[in-house]
Write a protein that binds this ligand. Sequence first.
Ligand code: OGA
Ligand code: NI
Length: 345
Amino acid sequence: MNTQVQEIAEEDCKQVPERYVRKQDEEYGHATTTYDATSPKTAQIPIIDLSLLASSSTLELQNLKSAISTWGCFQAINHGIESSFLEEVREISKRFFKLPANEKKKYSREENDVEGYGNDMVLSDKQTLDWTDRLYLTVLPQDQQRLQFWPQNPTHFKEVVDEYSSKIELIKDVVLKALARSLNLDENCFLDQYGSTAKMQARFNYYPPCPWPEKVLGVKPHADGSAITVLLQDKEVEGLQLLKDDQWFEVPIVPDALTINVGDQIEVMSNGIFKSPVHRVSVNSKCERMTLAMFCMPQTERDIGPVEELITDVTPRLYKNVTFTIDFFFKNYQQGRRAIDACKI
Ligand code: OGA
Ligand code: NI
């Protein structure tokens, strides 16, 4: 397997390893996006109160619609997860990444698989690599968990992740219902496309400090293949950036908030009303950064498509029905293409 980025960072290299140097042609051709990773403006991402969404506040529904239409993203507060529990989730992640390399490698992903501990899947010699190590796990449905990849250390890792996943599952329902209601649709119209088993994947991201922050990215520009993604940010170190109007904006840390963005599958289901935002991750020369992304999506064997009510004479169907598999997503991503473009008619 590849060398982990953590090991490269610890070697104290004098020069940036070539495989990690960003290339312009992987950045969706946005001329303004070159080498500016260190000084973007701050994004004024709206803060949405999930308890108000759950109680059908019309004003909060409008705020949600506006947040998603503008940024594709919002900061969720009053989401029902205690701050002490968020701390526990951060702690198990930290304890895992702090294990000795040979301990972590027991959970290494296989070469052609995304699940497990590892870094970028290398599909071509030219591909620029992300400055990040990850632990990628299917957490729901529970019978699809592949326990050989689940750390035994810390010992309560599984207990915490299972509990966190079930809490995120509730949040996902509140958000998907609210998104539907904000478009005056039946509140279950997105959830109805989920099939009987929703899928959730957890991606624990570890970004070691990187001495070349202007040349290297933690994660290349991409949009998520999920319906929605719920991100637990690092408590102190920023790094997530969103592309809006051809400019990069830094997403600030809001204490105890969860950063929620829509993914490609909501873009398809909403017939393009809600756009899946392009985002990337910068690296920090001094500090490490850890985040946890929970990707919520319909069961993978299932076709999804634009909700019928949203296809009209004035707003024709923009996307095909597609089955959004992980392979479909990653093949496009690693070649610097967006999966959503492959869904467009
Ligand atoms: C991701 C992602 C952002 C971050 O894992 O898809 O965009 O800040 N992560 O780690
Ligand atoms: Ni992402």
